[in-house]
Design a protein around this ligand. Structure first.
Ligand SMILES: [Ca+2]
Length: 257
């Protein structure tokens, strides 16, 4: 069972692995931190409990930081129940290996105790309020360069299982070409609809790309083209690519009236 929420001090296990490596090769400071202190006659950094603090223990800490399925259960238990709590209790001594005080929430399936940025939903030590929820791309194919028409991408679901979120995430998107980015929604350029030399912005501007949302479940990209009888305005026939990023900002307990 992965830990999802951590309130307190978060240990940098990659840095700790380097610290134990320093103790293993005899560096004075690291030896004082990981070899000299003992708990039940066992050096603090002796993760595999073989009586020495050596490279094997540094590797065990590195495995824990990156893929604990490579650790033995005894190593994990020692790291989580003895080594980690000791470092947190003596946080001023081990400050080089502690991220700081804060609140962290990991994604489902990720253990918050060792989660990297991409495995976190929330990190109170960051200035950013919203973290990335998902990102990707979609295409819209326009089939006519001469007729009024509306064209859609496939639906993009916020959740992989197509279930609804309890809020609508913030979505930013661009239409992209090989060399340019266009903010979505796009407006058409103003057009000289009466061919009198002046641009009729108010009358003839319209969205030519935008996003359509359905509840808190999904969204899609839309291209609208317009034929006035005398001219075609919009994106000509072809396939257009959109890129998007969704942020976890937007959560709220407010219920719509
Ligand atoms: Ca050892």
């Amino acid at each position: 069972m992965a830990n999802r929420v951590l309130l307190g001090k978060k240990i940098d296990w990659d840095a700790t692995a380097i610290g134990i490596l320093g103790a293993a090769v005899g560096y004075t400071l690291e030896t004082s931190l990981f070899t000299t202190p003992t708990i039940n006659n066992r050096s603090l950094g002796d993760i595999n409990n073989d009586g020495n603090v050596n490279i094997t223990d540094a590797i065990a800490a590195n495995k824990y930081a990156n893929d604990p399925s490579l650790n033995t259960q005894a190593e994990i238990d020692y790291i989580e129940q003895v080594l980690g709590p000791y470092m947190v209790t003596n946080s001023s001594t081990y400050s080089a290996y502690i991220v700081g005080d804060g609140l962290w929430v990991s994604k489902a399936g990720a253990d918050v105790l060792r989660a990297d940025d991409y495995d976190l939903l929330f990190d109170s030590t960051r200035a950013e309020a919203g973290l990335q929820f998902s990102a990707g791309s979609a295409t819209v194919t326009v089939t006519s360069s001469t007729a009024t028409g509306t064209y859609y991408s496939n639906w993009i679901y916020f959740n992989g299982d197509q279930s609804a979120l309890n809020y609508t995430p913030v979505v930013f998107a661009n239409r992209v070409t090989s060399s340019q980015y266009f903010k979505v929604p796009e407006l058409t350029s103003a057009v000289d609809s009466y061919n009198d030399g002046s641009l009729k912005t108010a009358a003839w501007q319209f969205h030519r790309t935008y996003m359509e949302f359905l509840d808190n479940i999904r969204f899609r990209f839309v291209i609208r083209n317009f034929y006035t009888g005398s001219g075609f305005f919009g994106l000509t026939a072809g396939t257009y690519t959109f890129k998007y990023i969704t942020l976890t900002a937007g959560g709220s307990t407010v219920t719509a009236a």
